[in-house]
Design a protein around this ligand. Structure first.
Ligand SMILES: Cc1cc2nc3c(=O)[nH]c(=O)nc-3n(C[C@H](O)[C@H](O)[C@H](O)COP(=O)(O)OP(=O)(O)OC[C@H]3O[C@@H](n4cnc5c(N)ncnc54)[C@H](O)[C@@H]3O)c2cc1C
Length: 344
């Protein structure tokens, strides 16, 4: 964490203004003493949304229950309470177990408001949003120079919060108009797709669930087939889960393999205690900073490589109001090998 103790007037740049950039800015605004300055480089006019929480259809839902989502560690339940009081139709998004799965754009609005409040209540720390793309950062005479579409600026610290860019387009062997090939699932238009078209979606992550919800919303009737790297089917989230205490003390973990083994033990323990295996994963999420710091860099890269492939399938909400739910029911997943897809 940047505390600014080494500088009297620290100039901090945050490159990227999605959720992570906004969370860093919020933490800095709360912790930095007066005189420090934060500059955020973000090409979008709206901070805190990124692709995930951009204004979109109301059937693009959060994939986790609202009471588990927050912008700072001390804000547990804040978003859920805010949404219930702000939106008169919030009850539409309530599951049978009492958990809410709200539209993702609501969370983007919440993040924006939290940041705006933090800016207003810390006038001694200046905050500036540069609507610009940063293209490089270099060291020069003990400072960091950020080059961007609006010129060069000098800083003492730079935080990268640039998220994951879009994947490179899939190479088409021949140019074709029919069948239609949409390279970006974030930009396509469902109206142009015939209702009975047979559709194949490459990837089975959150974006796939959005596409299915869009198609269901338009009354699509044709078959939908998804291709995934690992053959796993999407999981459906649970809202309220039982408290879970692992049977063992927190073990020393220094390799990716040990971590994976521990996660398996925790998910098994959660089931043995009569809960859902996801509670074991919640335990990992709560302890992520400790677990991550204990891994040497090579083990972190190993984990990143494997976890990314698994991450695709830890999917979308089970909200009965979400049409993606019905779509996923009739989903076939093609995969290159027969694996045990029933286990997480
Ligand atoms: C469709 C979709 C749905 C999702 N749904 C959920 C969900 O329900 N729950 C959940 O927990 N997570 C969800 N996620 C994951 C989500 O992306 C993360 O939770 C989180 O939003 C990531 O935030 P980020 O700030 O790291 O990245 P991003 O949101 O990608 O933000 C990065 C920002 O950096 C900016 N940027 C990039 N390069 C530069 C540059 N050179 N100069 C200046 N600015 C730059 C971009 O404009 C962007 O605004 C979803 C992701 C997607 C794609």
């Amino acid at each position: 964490m940047l505390r600014g103790g080494e500088y009297s007037d620290m100039r901090c740049a945050i490159i990227g203004g999605g959720y992570s950039g906004a969370a860093v800015a919020l933490a800095l605004l709360k912790n930095l003493p007066s005189g420090h300055a934060i500059t955020m480089f973000e090409p979008s006019r709206e901070i805190g949304r990124g692709i995930a929480y951009a204004t979109g259809p109301d059937h693009h839902l959060l994939n986790v229950a609202a009471h588990t989502v927050s912008i700072t560690p001390d804000d547990q339940g804040g978003f859920c309470a805010w949404a219930v009081s702000r939106f008169p139709d919030s009850a539409r998004y309530r599951e049978a177990d009492g958990a809410y799965f709200f539209p993702r754009s609501w969370f983007g609005t919440y993040v924006q408001e939290c940041l705006a409040n933090a800016i207003a209540s810390n006038p001694d720390v200046t905050f500036k949003h540069e609507i610009a793309v940063a293209s490089s950062v270099r060291h020069e005479r003990g400072h960091l120079i950020v080059s961007s579409s609006i010129g060069e600026h000098e800083f003492d610290k730079v935080v990268f919060a640039i998220g994951n860019g879009p994947p490179s387009p899939i190479r088409l062997l021949e140019p074709c108009e029919n069948p239609i090939v949409e390279q970006s699932a974030w930009k396509y238009n469902t109206n142009g797709i015939p209702k009975t078209a047979r559709i194949v979606i490459v990837g089975i992550g959150l974006t796939m669930a959005d596409v299915i919800a869009d198609l269901e919303g338009c009354g699509h009737q044709g078959s939908i087939t998804c291709i995934s790297r690992n053959g796993r089917r999407p999981h459906v989230s649970v809202g309220i889960r039982a408290e879970f205490t692992p049977a063992e003390e927190f073990p020393p973990i220094v390799t990716a393999r040990e971590l994976v083994q521990a996660v398996r033990r925790w998910t098994d323990d959660a089931v043995a205690q009569g809960g859902h295996w996801i509670s074991g994963v919640d335990h990992v999420i709560r302890n992520t900073p400790t677990l991550w710091r204990s891994l040497p860099p090579i083990e972190r890269s190993r984990l990143r490589r494997h976890a990314l492939a698994m991450g695709d399938s830890s999917l979308q909400d089970a909200s009965s109001g979400a049409s993606s739910d019905r779509g996923i029911d009739r989903l076939r997943t093609i995969h290159a090998f027969e694996g045990d897809s029933s286990r997480r």
